[in-house]
Design a protein around this ligand. Structure first.
Ligand code: G6Q
Length: 550
C-alpha cells in the first residue's frame, strides 16, 4: 500500500485550507437562500437509504476539493485492496474482510490463495439449522424443555453488535425467546441476568473471538458453575454453545465443538456482527431475517465499491467528517437516532469509530501530525432534546450531528410518528438557521414585553445557527435497512482512516490497561507489590484490599 506523505503536505489539503478561510465565514442560512435547489444537489439515495447532506457548511467547490483530497490519499486503491483481501491491517498482518461475510453465495473472495465465500456460507448454513431448531422448540434442554432464554456472554465487538442489532430489530423477533447480554466482569451484570432465567430453559452463547478475554471467560465460568449447581457436566452441551476462532480453548471449556460456530482472523471484533457473532440476531429474527440484514450491508458494499466518489454515500460522509475534524477542529460528533429501537446505535458507533480511528501514528509508525477520529456520542431523539441539545444549539463548540430516522414506524400507535419526525426535522432546521437578535427582538415585542426586559433577555434567546448536520432516512427499520446503515458507517470510518493514513483495524490502545489489571488482580487478593506502582495506585489497592477482606 502507498505510504502517504503527511496530510498537511497534500496539495488538496492545502487548497482546502485556503478555501476554508472563505467557507468558515459562510452562514448556512445564506447558502440555502442563495440556492433553492441545494437539497436536490446535496442529497442522494443508496442501498435503501436516503442521505440529505445539504445542511453542511460547504458548497460544490468544497465538495470537489474534498473529493480531490480523497483521490490524492488513494481512497479508491485502498478500498479495492480491502475488498480484494490484501493484508491492510499491517500491524497484525491480516486481511480485513467483513465484506466477505455478506457476499452472496456464488461470490469469490480470495484469502491466502483460497476462496473464503463457501466457508462463510457453510457456517451460515450451520447457523441456520441450529437457530431453526432452537426457534422451533426442537432443541431441548436437560429436562426435555425447549429454550426460552438466550444469554450471550461476550464483550466489546462480541457484545455491542449483536446487542444493538437485537434491540434494533426487536419488533421482528420471535416472541417467547428472551435475549440477554452479559458483558461486564462486574458480577452485578451476570447476577441480574441469572436471577431472571431458569437453567433448564437457558442457552448460553459464549462469544469470544480469542476465547481468552478475561471478562468473558470469568462470566462464562461463573455461568457454568451456576448451571452445574443443578445440572450435570453431560448436560452442558445442550446449554452452552460457543462462537470463536479458538476451537482448542472452546473444547477445553467443555463445549462440544459441534456446537461451536467458527469465524476467522480476517474479521475484526468490531466488524464481526456479520459473522457467527450474529448468532443471537439469527436466533431472534431467524436466519432469513439475518440473511436480509447481510444483503442490506452487501448492497451498501456494492454502492461503496462502484459509485463515483462524488455520488458515494460513505465517501461523502467520511470526507465531510474530515472537513469538520481537520479544518473546523470539531472534536466530537453526535449521533441522534430518532428511533427508540436504535437506542444502542450511538454506543455501537462509538466503538466502531473510536476504536478504529482513535490513533496517533500513521501506518509507517510516524506521528499523523493532524487530528484523527472524533469523540462519538449521542442518544435517541426526542430524549436528547430535553437534555444536551442545549449545548448543540447554544454552546461554544460546534458539534456536527447525524440525524437518523425511519419514515414509517414498526408500531401501530396513531399520531406518534408524525410528532417524532417533526421533531427530528425541526432540530436540524433550528441548528442550521438559528435565530438572530432582530428575530428575537421582534418576537419579544410581539409578546408585549417592555423594552428593558427585552434587552435583558435578548442575547440569551439568540441561536447562532450555522451548525451542521446530516439526515439519514430509511423507509422502515428493517433488517436490510439496518445492515445498510451499519455498513455505511463502517465504510465512512474506513475512508477517514485512509485519508489520515492510519491503520483503522488494530487496537493496541486497549492493551496497556489489560496488562496492568493482570498485575493488580493478585495484589488485591494477595500480597501487595508497592514497588510496581505509584502512590495513588498503591493507595487504591490498599483500600480495596481492606474492604474485600472485611
Ligand atoms: C474489537 C476489539 C474488541 C474485542 C473484545 C472481545 O474490534 O477487538 O472489542 O471484540 O475485546 O474480544 P474477544 O471476542 O476475543 O473476546
Amino acid at each position: 500500500m502507498h505510504q502517504l506523505p503527511p496530510l498537511h503536505d497534500a496539495p488538496a489539503f492545502q487548497a482546502l485550507q485556503r478555501h476554508y478561510t472563505d467557507a468558515s465565514q459562510w452562514h448556512l442560512r445564506t447558502l440555502f437562500s442563495g440556492h433553492p435547489d441545494r437539497f436536490t444537489q446535496f442529497s442522494l439515495e443508496a442501498a435503501g437509504l436516503f442521505l440529505d447532506y445539504s445542511k453542511n457548511r460547504m458548497d460544490g467547490t468544497t465538495l470537489s476539493l474534498l473529493m480531490e483530497l480523497a483521490r490524492e490519499r488513494h481512497v479508491i486503491k485502498h478500498r479495492d485492496a480491502m475488498f480484494a483481501g490484501e493484508k491492510i491491517n499491517s500491524t497484525e498482518q491480516r486481511a480485513v474482510l467483513h465484506t466477505a461475510l455478506r457476499a452472496p453465495r456464488g461470490a469469490t473472495v480470495i484469502v491466502n490463495g483460497q476462496n473464503v465465500v463457501p466457508e462463510v456460507h457453510a457456517v451460515l448454513d450451520h447457523l441456520g439449522e441450529f437457530t431453526e431448531r432452537v426457534r422451533s422448540g426442537k432443541w431441548l434442554g436437560r429436562s426435555g424443555k425447549p429454550m426460552t432464554d438466550i444469554v450471550n456472554i461476550g464483550i466489546g465487538g462480541s457484545d455491542l453488535g449483536p446487542e444493538m442489532v437485537c434491540r434494533a430489530l426487536r419488533t421482528h423477533a420471535q416472541p417467547g425467546l428472551n435475549l440477554h447480554f452479559v458483558a461486564n466482569v462486574d458480577g452485578h451484570d451476570l447476577v441480574a441476568v441469572l436471577a431472571r432465567v431458569q437453567p433448564e430453559t437457558t442457552l448460553f452463547v459464549i462469544a469470544s473471538k480469542t476465547f481468552t478475554t478475561r471478562e468473558t471467560m470469568m462470566n462464562a465460568q461463573s455461568a457454568r458453575a451456576w448451571f452445574l449447581q443443578t445440572g450435570k457436566e453431560t448436560d452442558l452441551a445442550r446449554h452452552f454453545v460457543a462462537v470463536s476462532t479458538n476451537a482448542k480453548a472452546v473444547s477445553e471449556f467443555g463445549i462440544d465443538t459441534d456446537n461451536m460456530f467458527p469465524f476467522w482472523d480476517w474479521v475484526g471484533g468490531r466488524y464481526s456482527v456479520w459473522s457467527a457473532i450474529g448468532l443471537p440476531v439469527a436466533l431472534a429474527i431467524g436466519i432469513d431475517g439475518f440473511q436480509e440484514f447481510l444483503a442490506g450491508a452487501h448492497a451498501m458494499d456494492k454502492h461503496f465499491r462502484t459509485a463515483p466518489l462524488e455520488r458515494n454515500m460513505p465517501v461523502i460522509l467520511g470526507m465531510l467528517g474530515v472537513w469538520y475534524r481537520n479544518f473546523f477542529q470539531c472534536g466530537s460528533i453526535s449521533i441522534a437516532p430518532y428511533h427508540q429501537d436504535l437506542a444502542q446505535f450511538p454506543a455501537y458507533l462509538q466503538q466502531l469509530d473510536m476504536e478504529s480511528n482513535g490513533k496517533q501514528v500513521t501506518m509507517a509508525g510516524k506521528s499523523v501530525g493532524a487530528d484523527t477520529g472524533p469523540v462519538v456520542w449521542g442518544d435517541v431523539g426526542t430524549n436528547g432534546q430535553h437534555a444536551y441539545f442545549q449545548l448543540l444549539h447554544q454552546g461554544t463548540t460546534m458539534i456536527p450531528v447525524d440525524f437518523i430516522a425511519a419514515l414509517q414506524p414498526t408500531h401501530a400507535l396513531p399520531s406518534h410518528h408524525a410528532v417524532l419526525l417533526a421533531n427530528c426535522f425541526a432540530q436540524s432546521e433550528a441548528l442550521m438557521r438559528g435565530k438572530d437578535a432582530d428575530e428575537v427582538r421582534k418576537e419579544l415585542q410581539d409578546q408585549g414585553l417592555p423594552e428593558d426586559q427585552i434587552n435583558a433577555l435578548l442575547m440569551h434567546k439568540v441561536f447562532p445557527g450555522n451548525r451542521p448536520s446530516n439526515t439519514i432516512l430509511m423507509e422502515k427499520l428493517t433488517p436490510a435497512a439496518l445492515g445498510a446503515l451499519i455498513a455505511l458507517y463502517e465504510h465512512k470510518v474506513f475512508v477517514q482512516g485512509v485519508v489520515w493514513g492510519i491503520n483503522s483495524f488494530d487496537q493496541w490502545g486497549v492493551e496497556l490497561g489489560k496488562v496492568l489489571a493482570k498485575n493488580i488482580e493478585p495484589e488485591i487478593n494477595g500480597a501487595p507489590r508497592p514497588d510496581l506502582h505509584d502512590s495513588s495506585t498503591n493507595g487504591l489497592i490498599a483500600r480495596a484490599k481492606a474492604a474485600l477482606s472485611d
